[in-house]
Ligand binder design. Structure first.
Ligand code: TRP
Ligand code: SF4
Length: 405
């Protein structure tokens, strides 16, 4: 199939607003985003509507959570001149696309998404037998497809959502990729290439379609590609008419699997607010110091003279994130021989975490004092996002027969 190849380099990702972020977010997600913003056209947004699908009864929290998270993104180095940073609910086009996609999405597809049952079981105290919650992955599909993003950086837990997005896109293109009057429009487009090219294009197309001549297909594609003065829509029609595939309105995105973070929580479990084992990006230095000093270590080391085993100690996991080889050797040796004490062992970790957090904390403090600056970033991001989203919606409305006035 031909596709609107304009935005395949585009990357989109979102996070539900959970308030202040911690080191788990930084090592697990944000460092990856920092790299991506250098290499791709990035759209990063706060999925506030997604938060409401499960936390509709906590509306007094949502505004704070949104702004705190945005401050942390910016403090970590998400750069608004490289990436578009915005809030989902400020781009109502997401909701319109969600609605339109809902017309063609079989219920079974949504019921089968693993997070649907998992989350209902996990959040048993909430009533999640709602229409909005069932539609969670479809809203996410709309988030992605509205920007025609090529790549979606997500963790393992979100891969199923990208997969259903691909299925929905495929179904959409199959149903609507042949715009009304497609053949006529393709013929018109062909004529606009000029008399000679038109004739050549038609000949090559016939050769391919009647005799399966691959070379004719390649030559014709090159001919279309070489045209300087045709619109993007015409180009896509010409590609689609050539191989009989129609037009891809919503390209299928790829999941870009974020490698699982090595950063554990203070107790060795996954770092998560609900486990109370986090170091927040904006924790004060003495708080950071205290948290690491009181971290549990290998329980076998009751006395200073007892040897320990780093593999059984969450502090060792921190060394794996923060320490160089020499320091790691020193830990391995010193721990197993009881040559070092646990506080001594924690010292380089404390220093490394403090060094990492100091500039982030400082930038966050400045942003806390300058709410207007944060708002301005979002305003600008919303504008850019809406421009892209409006373009897609015009196409979507047109192919669904909704472009009457
Ligand atoms: N569901 C995602 C999460 O919980 C957040 C999200 C919403 C998202 N829309 C998205 C992620 C679009 C990637 C792309 O993490
Ligand atoms: Fe853990 Fe270090 Fe103590 Fe060994 S010496 S138990 S690795 S804190």
């Amino acid at each position: 199939m031909s596709s609107l190849g304009t935005s395949q380099n585009r990357v989109l990702s979102g996070m539900r607003p959970t308030g202040k972020l911690h080191l788990g977010h930084y090592h697990g997600v944000l460092k990856n985003w920092l790299k991506l913003q250098q290499e791709h056209e990035c759209f990063f947004f706060v999925a506030d509507w997604h938060a409401l699908t499960t936390h509709y009864d906590e509306r007094e929290m949502i505004a704070d959570h949104v702004w705190e998270m945005l401050i942390d993104w910016l403090a970590c180095g998400i750069n608004p001149s490289l990436a578009r940073v915005f809030i989902q609910s400020r781009v109502p086009e997401h909701a319109e696309l969600h609605l339109l996609l809902s017309m063609i999405t079989p219920l079974g597809w949504l019921e089968r998404v693993p997070t649907y049952k998992d989350q209902q079981d996990k959040l048993r105290e909430k009533d999640l037998a709602t229409y909005g919650f069932l539609g969670y992955p479809l809203l996410q599909s709309a988030d992605i497809l509205i920007y025609r993003a090529g790549g979606v950086p997500v963790g393992e837990d979100q891969v199923a959502h990208v997969e259903i997005t691909r299925e929905v896109a495929r179904r959409f293109n199959h149903m609507f990729g042949r715009e009304p009057g497609f053949e006529d429009k393709a013929m018109e487009a062909s004529k606009r290439m000029g008399k000679k090219n038109n004739k050549l294009y038609q000949q090559l197309r016939r050769k391919y379609q009647e005799q399966g001549d691959q070379e004719a297909l390649e030559v014709a594609r090159a001919l279309v590609q070489g045209q300087q003065n045709i619109t993007l829509a015409d180009r896509e029609r010409l590609y689609g008419y050539l191989d009989g595939s129609g037009v891809v309105i919503l390209p299928e995105p790829q999941a870009m699997l974020t490698p699982a973070s090595k950063m554990p929580g203070l107790d060795g479990q996954k770092m998560s607010k609900s486990y109370g084992n986090t170091i927040a990006l904006r924790d004060e230095p003495d708080e950071v110091d205290r948290k690491i000093r009181t971290m549990p270590t290998d329980p076998a080391r009751v006395r200073r003279s007892d040897p320990g085993e780093p593999e059984k100690c969450p502090v060792w996991s921190f060394h794996e994130v923060y320490s160089d080889d020499a320091t790691k050797d020193w830990v391995q040796q010193g721990c197993r021989s009881a040559g070092i004490g646990c506080l001594e062992c924690k010292k380089p970790v404390i220093d490394a975490v403090q060094a990492e957090l100091a500039p982030i904390r400082e930038r966050a403090r400045k942003l806390e004092q300058d709410h207007d600056a944060v708002r301005a970033v979002v305003d600008k991001g919303v504008e850019a996002a809406r421009d892209a989203a409006r373009d897609t919606m015009e196409e979507v409305r047109r192919v669904m027969g909704l472009d009457y006035r």
